[in-house]
Design a protein around this ligand. Structure first.
Ligand SMILES: *Cc1c(COP(=O)(O)O)cnc(C)c1O
Length: 370
């Protein structure tokens, strides 16, 4: 699905020098490299605060911890996403309220959010799934009307740009109260281990989140709140600082591959290609097709025989996962998410795809879905 070796070959000298610098300085935790990367990412995103943390799941957890929510408070999030989003809500004793998504964009349905709001609702966590921003204009408006926090799960969408009705452009993860991202190796900006970051323009929330991520302490060994231990280490920051310089190039490479797929599949009436939202650029963390669910196992098998990886993101919506099943939800409650789980398939998508590889993948898909 990804080709991190070929990508590394092109930046080997820069990355190795960065890592060597960290080893020579022996500042492995909270070193200068982390601050350097933090500043560079703040500049890239045009956001006031970047708080580097241990991974994307921690980023979401720390964000929710900073909002001062009480047990039982409700947090609305889509049922078609990676588990981390709802996991941290449940872990903190909050109530995940799941809602359906839009068939076209895979992203949270604003109509569904509207219907799910109750007096206990405190926050909305939209997920910018597969690299395209959710309908943030409508979500922010709704949140304002109901006095709700918005925490963006931008783990798949770093670098995606959203355009508001008034023409204002903003980076994914920098529009709500807080945004969270992951630097997991296969993410669009990935390190060589685990990593993540939190974004905010709110000084007070930034301060709180820095304290929470550092054992709840501001002054050493004085703990004012219950915190966690979550930090990006210096070696990962060194890798990320190099890759950040190439992020726009990487995004372009993904978009070029997506354009190739789009054009090639446009002639196939049995395949629905990803729909691009007019208000957001798409950074294609995943390139996800939809087609007749009966054919999916056949296609997966045929591709596997040709050595072409293809993955189902995601096979089961959150409301039907064993850990999240409860009296609130049953099969049929979120028909769009359930249908998507049956009919989606993601093709290889990364920065190093050649036209020859893309052609080979397309031809093999067309052989089965016809
Ligand atoms: C990857 C991902 C996460 C979690 O990030 P980790 O760094 O793996 O903890 C959360 N939400 C979404 C949508 C993701 O894709």
């Amino acid at each position: 699905m990804v080709d991190l070796q070929s990508q590394y070959e092109k930046i080997r000298d820069e990355v190795n020098a960065g890592i060597q610098e960290v080893i020579d300085s022996a500042t492995f935790i909270k070193g200068g490299k982390v601050v350097e990367f933090q500043k560079n990412l703040e500049t890239y995103l045009g956001v006031k605060h970047v708080i580097p943390v241990g991974n994307g799941t921690d980023a979401l957890q720390i964000a929710l911890m900073a909002l001062g929510l009480q047990p039982g408070d409700e947090v609305i999030t889509p049922t078609f996403t990676f588990i981390a989003t709802a996991e941290v809500v449940a872990l903190l004793g909050l109530t995940p309220v799941l809602v359906d998504v839009n068939y076209d964009t895979f992203n949270i349905s604003v109509e569904a959010v509207k219907k799910a709001i109750t007096p206990r609702t405190k926050a909305i966590v939209p997920v910018h799934l597969f690299g395209q921003n959710a309908d943030m204009e409508a979500i922010l408006k709704l949140a304002k009307e109901h006095n709700l926090y918005v925490v963006e799960d931008a783990c798949q969408s770093i670098g995606s740009v959203y355009t508001f009705e008034n023409g204002k452009k903003m980076q994914s993860g920098c529009m709500g109260d807080i945004g969270c991202t992951s630097f997991f190796p296969s993410k669009n900006l990935g390190c060589y281990g685990d990593g993540g970051a939190i974004f905010t323009n709110n000084d007070e929330l930034a301060k709180k989140m820095r304290i929470i991520a550092n054992h709840g302490m501001e002054t050493r060994y004085y703990h004012d709140v219950v915190g966690v231990n979550s930090r990006l280490d210096s070696m990962q920051a060194a890798v990320l600082d190099v890759k950040l310089k190439h992020l726009d190039e990487y995004i372009l490479a993904r978009q070029t591959a997506a354009d190739f797929y789009d054009k090639a599949f446009a002639n196939n009436p049995k395949i629905e290609i990803p729909v691009r939202n007019a208000h957001s650029t798409h950074v294609f963390h995943q390139y996800t097709l939809r087609f007749d669910s009966a054919q999916r196992p056949l296609l997966q098998k045929a591709l596997e025989e040709k050595g072409i990886p293809a993955m189902i993101y995601y096979p089961v919506p959150l409301h039907l996962q064993k850990a999240y099943k409860n009296e609130r939800y049953k099969e049929g409650d979120f028909p769009i998410a359930e249908k998507l789980c049956d009919c989606v398939l993601s093709l290889p998508m990364h920065t190093e795809l050649s036209e020859e590889q893309l052609r080979f993948i397309v031809d093999n898909v067309d052989l089965v879905i016809c």
